[in-house]
Design a protein around this ligand. Structure first.
Ligand code: NAD
Ligand code: UGA
Length: 464
């Protein structure tokens, strides 16, 4: 099928950047990203590119090149579904918070709503592409809804999961390790796969475009995330061992990673992984395995989450223990709130959990993050403490200046690895703190020796 028009449902962290690059690289195809969230769409359309709804280095450049030429953002969902030959579903698939599978399974209601909407609106044949991360076999459910509720038009379903990481999304999209496209293996399915291969071929070398059956594609996405997260939990489990034995986690990580069979990436010990996907995708994998009666498989992967929660708790407890077992009334400064550097995304950020635990201990928390808005931080802390009837959220304040944030505090906790933290005038910060002044480096980015020579008590992850 010749593709002249693409519609993507969901203008989030995936839909926005992915479609911007597809449009940039395929100027002959009109790409429209639609969303029910009017505010989000108006921010995508704003003239001031600093107001785009997500912060991602390099995104503004691509938007300014393609937007208005062949890239559009709209709330007119019906019109653009109808006008397009290919429709991407890129809506959120969070962990279910209710009913069967609560706390484990993926909530597929938004995906189902999209499928019903496409079925209701489509007047001619469409290729429907799963861009969201979905449980294996979801394509069968989508196909069922489309064919049972549609008005007789033909639908082909493809799975094209996204592997971009936030903060490096534009580079990941520009030079992906691979593009994965799963589809049905009959003639129509193969033609649909080819239509999408053609779109990616505008900039991705053919050998990096991998085509598979639908189920392999769906399952590969969930399990790729599980593998990545597993490496972080593995190295984090060793960080505790390092602290007990005098080994240094960065040295151990380097030594392990230099084995080319293991590789050096994703072996950076931290306060714990965050982000909207690792936890939800592993929980979903655990749920699928359990549903199929594969209890050992489920337990194996569940351990990755258990380890991650332990790491976040361990970090908080270490602060408490080091500050003489009481932080009540003490000011503790958080440098960083986003779940990693170069993004304003805070979903599942370790900072939120550490703050929650320290607020339980009646600490006074002062937060500085270069990109996360005050509104977002307040909403995160309110969400996590919504069952807490006291007014302890008032014990958390937000500062726009890092030096102000650190003034009079007893301890600084590095929660995100923002580059700018490395270049601060740490002597100046030290002078204005309560003594003894502690630094808990949850990302191991600061220079231990230098800080200790200034007078700080430095505590890194997996450091002695
Ligand atoms: P997001 O929450 O940022 O964006 C989803 C958007 O979909 C929201 O703007 C929401 O308003 C919109 N939406 C929901 N239901 C809708 C409907 N019925 N009609 C129209 N719009 C609707 O989510 P995201 O981070 O972009 O993730 C989307 C999917 O991609 C998830 O399945 C996620 O697992 C996967 N994924 C995310 C990343 C990432 O880095 N964030 C990377 C790879 C894959
Ligand atoms: C991750 C995957 O890397 C992407 O391939 C995937 O597409 C995406 O999830 C998704 O499906 O949403 P993302 O969560 O954006 O991307 O960012 P990562 O770079 O993977 O970092 C995740 C978390 O792990 C962050 O909190 C980061 O600080 C932490 N991390 C990462 C470590 O603690 N140590 C490491 O060595 C690497």
């Amino acid at each position: 099928m010749k593709i002249n028009n693409i519609c993507c449902i969901g203008a989030g962290y995936v839909g926005g950047p992915t479609m911007s690059v597809i449009a940039q690289k395929n100027p002959h195809i009109n790409v429209t990203v639609v969303d029910i969230n009017e505010n989000r769409i108006s921010l995508w359309n704003s003239d001031d590119l600093s107001k785009l709804p997500i912060y991602e280095p390099g995104l503004d450049k691509v938007i300014s090149e393609a937007r208005g030429r062949n890239l559009f953002f709209s709330t007119d969902i019906d019109k653009h579904i109808n006008n397009s030959e290919m429709i991407f579903i890129s809506v959120n698939t969070p962990t279910k918070t209710y009913g069967d599978g609560k706390g484990m399974a993926a909530d597929l209601r938004y995906v189902e709503l999209c499928s019903r909407k496409i079925a209701q609106v489509a007047k001619n044949d469409k290729i429907v592409v799963e861009k969201s991360t979905l449980p294996v076999k979801t394509a069968a459910a989508i196909k069922n809804i489309l064919t049972e509720t549609g008005s007789g038009v033909k639908f082909n379903i493809l799975s094209n999961p996204e592997f971009l990481a936030e903060g490096t999304a534009m580079r990941d999209l520009e030079i992906p390790d691979r593009v994965l496209i799963g589809g049905e293996q009959d003639d129509d399915g193969k033609k649909a796969i080819q239509s999408l291969v053609d779109i990616y071929s505008s900039w991705v070398p053919k050998e990096n475009i991998l085509t598979t059956n639908l189920w392999s594609s769906e399952l590969s996405k969930l399990t790729a995330n599980a593998f990545l997260a597993q490496r972080i939990s593995s190295i984090n489990s060793l960080s505790e061992l390092c602290e007990m034995t005098g080994a240094d986690i960065d040295e151990v990580s380097k030594a392990i990673g230099m084995d080319t069979r293991i590789g050096s990436k994703f072996l950076k010990s931290s306060v714990g992984f965050g982000g909207s996907c690792f936890q939800k995708d592993i929980l979903n994998l655990v749920y699928i395995a359990k549903s199929l009666g594969l209890n050992e498989v489920a337990d194996y992967w569940h351990q990755v989450i258990i380890m991650n929660n332990h790491q976040k708790q361990r970090f908080s407890k270490n602060i408490l223990k080091s500050l003489y077992n009481t932080v009540a009334g003490k000011k503790i400064t958080f440098l960083g709130w986003s779940f990693k550097k170069d993004t304003n995304d805070t979903r599942e950020s370790a900072a939120i959990y550490v703050a929650d635990m320290l607020l339980d201990e009646k600490a006074l928390i002062s937060v500085y993050d270069p990109k996360v808005s005050e509104k977002q931080i307040i909403s995160d802390i309110k969400n996590i403490r919504n069952n807490n009837k006291d007014d302890s959220i008032n014990d958390l304040s937000i500062q726009k200046n890092p030096y102000e944030a650190c003034k009079d505090s007893h301890a600084i906790a590095i929660l995100t690895e923002w580059d700018e933290f490395i270049n601060y005038d740490w002597s100046k910060i030290f002078k204005n703190m309560n003594k003894p002044a502690f630094i808990f480096d949850g990302r191991n980015i600061l220079d231990k020796k230098k800080l200790e020579s200034i007078g700080f008590i430095y505590k890194g992850i997996g450091k002695h």
